[in-house]
Design a protein around this ligand. Structure first.
Ligand SMILES: Cc1cc2nc3c(=O)[nH]c(=O)nc-3n(C[C@H](O)[C@H](O)[C@H](O)COP(=O)(O)OP(=O)(O)OC[C@H]3O[C@@H](n4cnc5c(N)ncnc54)[C@H](O)[C@@H]3O)c2cc1C
Length: 373
């Protein structure tokens, strides 16, 4: 069978891949996106979409989500809970199977060809073209974006070794009464120390709660026990094994592996998850767009593909590095870190402002949480 030619190929149909494909299709390129699963597919995620991500997409997420998030609760191992509510919308909580399907549909509407149920099996970058082999044939293009998540086959084929610093998180959905749902409406809850070297969360969906735990510190097998203990402490039933989803938190250490030859990596494949919060959707969307723009420039002959690296570092590198440093400091003394971050409403609002994307970690450290005299 002869190889089918495209201008660009994207591997993976999550937020990073959908964003890259839509960007390139809009710039007039003939784009193929390969997604190994069939949408809607489940994806381990708490579904927290910060306001900056919704603004980036220009999307009203209300039809997919429960009431918008306007508040934050911080607690330490179930105790000492402090809540701050505000008027401003900080974000939404979505079901990833619905959110990702919407993004992939938008990529299709932009003109990208999407093949679902078609996983990449092998990759070769040779003779001025990249060859992507799948069970449904071989596809070729002069450039490829690897957006195939934390276990990225594209990254491995490009020779990027396993990242140091990856974490792990697991989650489940809990059905609760309408009264409990109402109490939790619009409120993200983080319980620091719910897992050693990490935290637990309760995020409200429209019809249920997303409850999970994540950590930066192995052994990750311990997380299962931490999740069950957290559920019990909050008065929720035990989760059955099949209802629990887990995945790597792909936290690279800048400078990341971002580009090699005619291929670049976006989203989790490049390790762009925030080490402190575990948030990666916004980075995936932004890096997907940057990758799409870099490929378009490269094919037009206006910039080398390596220009992508500098663009990602400028837009995301500083904040991801700051998150990593704060995470390391937090690990040294988690209880003290909790006391510092939850000491006053002002500090909790500072944390909220970072999560929603209003300010960066640097700004938070420089001015926002400095106590008033
Ligand atoms: C438990 C948990 C909770 C999280 N909660 C949040 C949160 O609340 N907010 C937030 O911002 N981030 C959160 N994250 C991080 C977030 O889920 C990721 O950063 C985000 O999904 C990255 O998007 P992506 O497109 O890079 O990768 P993914 O969403 O992982 O998409 C990759 C896609 O590639 C496909 N694929 C894989 N291999 C192949 C192949 N060989 N061929 C073709 N396709 C392939 C996969 O099927 C998948 O659809 C969480 C992560 C975890 C594990």
């Amino acid at each position: 069978m002869s190889a089918r030619p495209y201008d660009a190929i994207v591997i993976g149909g999550g937020p990073a891949g959908a964003s890259a494909a839509a960007t390139m299709a809009r710039s007039g390129l003939k784009v193929l996106l390969l997604e190994k699963k069939i949408m809607p597919r489940m994806k381990a995620c708490a579904g927290g979409v910060p306001r900056k991500a919704a603004e980036f997409l220009g999307l009203d997420l209300s039809p997919l989500a429960g009431p918008p998030i306007r508040g934050l609760t911080l607690s330490w191992r179930g105790e000492d809970a402090r809540t701050v509510r505000g008027e401003e919308i900080q974000g939404w909580v979505v079901k990833r199977e619905e959110f990702d399907r919407l993004l992939l549909d938008r990529a299709r509407e932009s003109g990208a060809e999407v093949l679902e149920g078609c996983g990449l099996l092998d990759l070769e970058d040779r003779g001025g073209r990249v060859r992507a082999s799948t069970a449904r044939g071989v596809f070729t293009a002069p450039a490829l974006v690897g957006a195939d998540g934390g276990g990225s086959l594209v990254a491995r084929r490009l020779g990027f070794s396993r990242r140091r610093g990856d974490g792990f998180a697991i989650e489940t959905r809990v059905k609760v009464s309408s009264r409990v749902l109402e109490e939790r409406n619009g409120l993200l809850s983080f319980d620091l120390g719910a897992a050693p070297g990490g935290y637990g969360w309760i995020f409200p969906l429209a019809d249920s709660l997303n409850v999970g735990v994540g950590t930066r510190r192995p052994p990750f097998k311990k997380l299962l026990g931490c999740l069950q203990a957290y559920l019990a402490r909050e008065g929720f039933p035990r989760a059955a094994g099949k209802e629990i989803r887990g995945s790597t938190l792909a936290c690279g250490i800048p400078p990341f592996g971002l580009q090699r030859g005619r291929c670049c990596l976006a989203g989790d494949a490049a390790g762009l998850v925030d080490s402190l919060t575990g948030e990666g959707i916004y980075s995936a969307l932004l890096s997907g767009r940057l990758a799409g723009e870099a490929v378009a420039d490269f094919l037009a002959g206006t910039a080398p593909l390596s220009a992508y690296r500098g663009r990602v570092r400028r837009k995301l590198g500083g904040n991801l590095l700051a998150a990593r440093i704060i995470a390391r400091l937090t690990d040294l003394s988690p209880r003290r870190a909790y006391d510092l971050s939850s000491k006053s409403d002002r500090r909790i609002r500072g944390a909220m402002a970072v999560v929603q994307g209003e300010i960066s970690y640097f700004e938070l450290l420089r001015k926002k949480i400095r106590p008033r005299r």
